[in-house]
Write a protein that binds this ligand. Structure first.
Ligand SMILES: [Zn+2]
Ligand SMILES: [Zn+2]
Length: 358
């Protein structure tokens, strides 16, 4: 079968690979859709970051070349002898978190901050830019009857956003500011709205992305190239936003996110950073502001935690993955029609889904 493998920076190949056999506790998934994520683009342009290079990943025991794609969904095609609760024909989304099961965080159920944290499709395992993938059954989370299988590919990025919002301490009515409205920024806006946010501000230099932010629930759109977001947010709130999110991964956006937070407020950093930045910590000290990091989402095996909550909210319509999908391509178009298009600074794409049957 065909699958995409990551060999190194700017070197992703769609090639023929072995399908692999299904072990007793595994399932084979015929892949419907796999989203291209910002972290995939980082691996492509600046990696390897998560992809193990020298030493194999301690959980997957693999290193590059690895099979890519960690935001995917499909239909169960084969079930191992010891698997319960899953049957051929079930629609599932893959929770890609790899964890050791032995460290302190794993013992406390915080698999997403495991000492050996990894992701299927970044750290080894069988990624979703492929015709099919064999995974441990515990990673296959049923979508139920009310979520289209294609939407399953959006459960992972929306879970990242839901976790960020839950980490932020956001309370109903709070003024919220989101810095950056790429896919995760938009997802944070949707999740903040679900959590009962008051006015949502978004600071984003690209007009098309600001428009999408409005579609997702942002009321105040700021172009930071022409308007100082810190001044604007302070002027249009009670002295600053209660909660801000940094989702752009650049120094000015971090500093503006902290600076536009009201004294006593909280900034949640969602971005993965390519470089160090400089900041003045008096902005934190004078005003007792808090900065929090957030990674991935809660929920290990067959998650009913945050990963499962997103599936529920897709099913009842509180979260809507449809505005995120701006393109659908076949597997052989992955690099030209996916990665290269998304890193083009003039691209207005949010999420491109790779569909092997396209
Ligand atoms: Zn992702
Ligand atoms: Zn662990």
């Amino acid at each position: 079968m065909q699958a995409a493998t990551y060999h190194g920076r700017k070197d992703i190949r769609v090639e023929e690979v072995a399908e692999g056999t299904v072990g007793a506790e595994e399932v084979r998934i015929d892949i419907d859709s796999c989203g291209i994520c910002g972290s995939d683009l980082h691996e492509y342009t600046a990696g390897p970051i998560f992809v193990p290079e020298g030493d194999p990943h301690p959980v997957s025991e693999e290193k590059a070349p690895i099979r890519m794609g960690h935001e995917y969904s499909g239909i169960i095609a084969e079930v191992g002898d010891d698997v319960t609760g899953l049957a051929v024909g079930d629609a599932v989304a893959v929770n890609p978190i790899l964890y050791c099961g032995e460290c302190r965080q794993c013992h406390e159920g915080n698999y997403h901050i495991c000492d050996s944290i990894g992701f299927i499709g970044l750290s080894g395992g069988n990624g979703g830019f492929a015709e099919s993938a064999v995974v441990d059954a515990e990673h296959a989370v049923p979508l139920g009857d009310d979520v289209p299988v294609e939407h399953g590919a959006l459960v992972e990025p929306l879970s990242v956003a839901l976790h960020a919002v839950r980490r932020s301490g956001l309370q109903a009515g709070d003024a919220v500011a989101v810095f950056g409205s790429g896919p995760i920024g938009l997802a944070v806006i949707q999740c903040a709205r679900v959590a009962g946010a008051g006015t949502i501000f978004v600071s984003e230099p690209r007009e098309a992305r600001r428009k999408r932010a409005a579609d997702c629930g942002a009321a105040e759109l700021i172009d930071p190239m022409s308007t100082d977001p810190v001044e604007y947010i302070q002027d249009h709130t009670n002295g600053g936003a209660d909660v801000t999110f940094e989702v752009a991964g650049v120094e000015p956006s971090f500093n503006a996110a902290v600076g536009s937070t009201a004294p006593g407020g909280r900034t949640t950093v969602v971005s993965i950073w390519e470089e160090e930045i400089s900041t003045h910590l008096n902005t934190l000290v004078l005003g007792e502001r808090t900065v929090t990091g957030t990674l991935a989402y809660l929920g290990g095996p067959r998650s009913t935690e945050e990963y499962g909550m997103v599936i529920e909210m897709f099913a009842d319509g509180r979260l809507d993955p449809e505005p995120f999908i701006t393109g659908r391509i076949g597997l052989e178009e992955l690099v030209d029609g996916g990665f290269d298009r998304l890193i083009d600074p003039d691209s207005d794409h949010v999420k491109i889904l790779v569909k092997p049957d396209q």
